[in-house]
Design a protein around this ligand. Structure first.
Ligand SMILES: *Cc1c(COP(=O)(O)O)cnc(C)c1O
Length: 375
């Protein structure tokens, strides 16, 4: 008999390591009496993260969003930038805050990332870059995007907030494009409470990124640029260092849960989900499903509400599209964003996190089955 969960099941639950291990790291902060501004823990965290992500250049930040804003500033982007509206607020806001015009490109239906076949049609003489998003941990079409960027001399900044640990044919995802921004927010697969990383090709960018993250200060009496304050602190680095010990276990646990979802949802008419891509090492950051009301009998919004009665709290990621936010309403043409609109209206993200059990997932799937056709 399927029944309501005793305690609320949320879409995610932040990973927390054994407290003693975190305290062990914090003791070093007391010993050094160094709390922020590129401390020893921060340096160690960068070295270990670089190794894990298989990248050669990395700068840490207080959060992913400011890292993205600083990447945009340091690359000196101008005019318009091609991006997608099927993302978190951060991606679009980062362009607007830097005085750039977002040119919205539709997504593809295979993995909800930017449709690389229609990027070229949006490029004009004022286009300076492409800002694609590796949505839900799915890599964009990096080969095609690379080719386009070379043909038109455009910069590429990937919003890699969702893809910590993802690899394509053994290559760390942070190696593609000019710059990639990883978010280490508490709700992400891997976190440092809050935090962000930029990985990049051109070693010379390191100086720029460090400049912008610390007010543009270059010496006790010199300020070279109008910078921000976006430095990662030692407590964040301490959490990151401890959590790195567990990231492989976390991803392995999520993989089993994703497989369990797929096994139990595959027979339900009107429910679709994404499968793994050959050659890609996934991180199972999210488990989105697409609800087709014509076959499932109820809409995404109805399922979202009805699941709450069973103490299951799903999220409509990404709804609304950023083009529909109050702050951007009627500012951008959106009628060409057919797939984005369609997916945004049908998508629902189910709970997935390392401490969720296979039994939990099985029960969630049973409840979804019961809710089919319940008008
Ligand atoms: C989380 C997230 C960000 C922002 O990261 P923060 O670390 O929270 O500032 C940017 N883009 C996407 C797609 C995200 O999910």
């Amino acid at each position: 008999m399927v029944r309501k969960f005793d305690k609320p099941i949320l879409v995610t639950k932040s990973f927390l390591p054994p407290l003693g291990e975190y305290i062990e790291q914090c003791k070093k902060i007391w010993d050094s009496h160094w709390l922020t501004n590129d401390g020893e823990l921060c340096k160690k965290f960068v070295a270990e993260s670089q190794n894990y992500l298989k990248v050669s250049n990395m700068v840490p930040f207080v959060n992913g969003h400011l890292a993205l804003e600083i990447a945009i500033k340091a690359l000196g982007l101008k005019g318009n930038v091609i991006t997608t509206p099927f993302t978190f607020a951060s991606t679009t806001h980062a362009l607007i805050n830097n005085g750039l015009e977002p040119r919205f490109c539709d997504i593809n239906l295979n993995d909800f990332t930017i449709d690389s076949d229609i990027i070229e049609a949006l490029i004009d003489e004022n286009t300076s870059a492409i800002l694609p998003v590796h949505v839900f941990g799915n890599p964009c079409d990096v080969a095609k995007i690379n080719k386009i960027s070379q043909n038109y001399s455009l910069k590429v900044i990937y919003d890699a907030a969702h893809v910590f640990g993802v690899e394509i044919d053994g290559v760390g995802i942070g190696n593609f494009g000019d710059v990639s921004m990883f978010s280490l927010h508490a709700t992400k697969v891997f976190h440092s409470i809050e935090g962000g990383l930029l990985t990049f090709h051109d070693k010379d960018l390191e100086r720029q990124f460090n400049l912008y993250k610390n007010f543009g200060i270059t010496g006790p009496e010199t300020v070279e640029a109008v910078g921000l304050n976006a430095k990662m602190n030692e407590f964040q680095a301490a959490m990151g260092l401890v959590n790195l010990r567990y990231i492989d276990d976390e991803i392995a646990a999520r993989k089993l849960l994703a497989e369990c979802y797929r096994d139990n949802l595959c027979d339900i008419e009107g429910i679709n989900y994404l499968n793994d891509t050959a050659g890609v090492k996934h991180n199972y950051a999210y488990f989105p499903i697409i609800i087709d009301p014509q076959f499932f009998g109820i809409t995404r919004n109805q399922l979202h509400e009805k699941l709450k009665e069973f103490n299951i709290y799903t999220r409509k990621y990404f709804y609304p599209l950023t083009t529909d936010y109050e702050c951007y309403k009627n500012k951008y043409k959106a009628d060409h964003l057919i797939n984005s609109i369609c997916i945004s209206d049908k998508i629902l993200t189910l709970p997935i996190y390392g401490t969720l059990t296979l039994e939990n997932v099985f029960n969630i799937c049973e409840i979804i089955k019961i809710l089919k056709n319940t008008k």
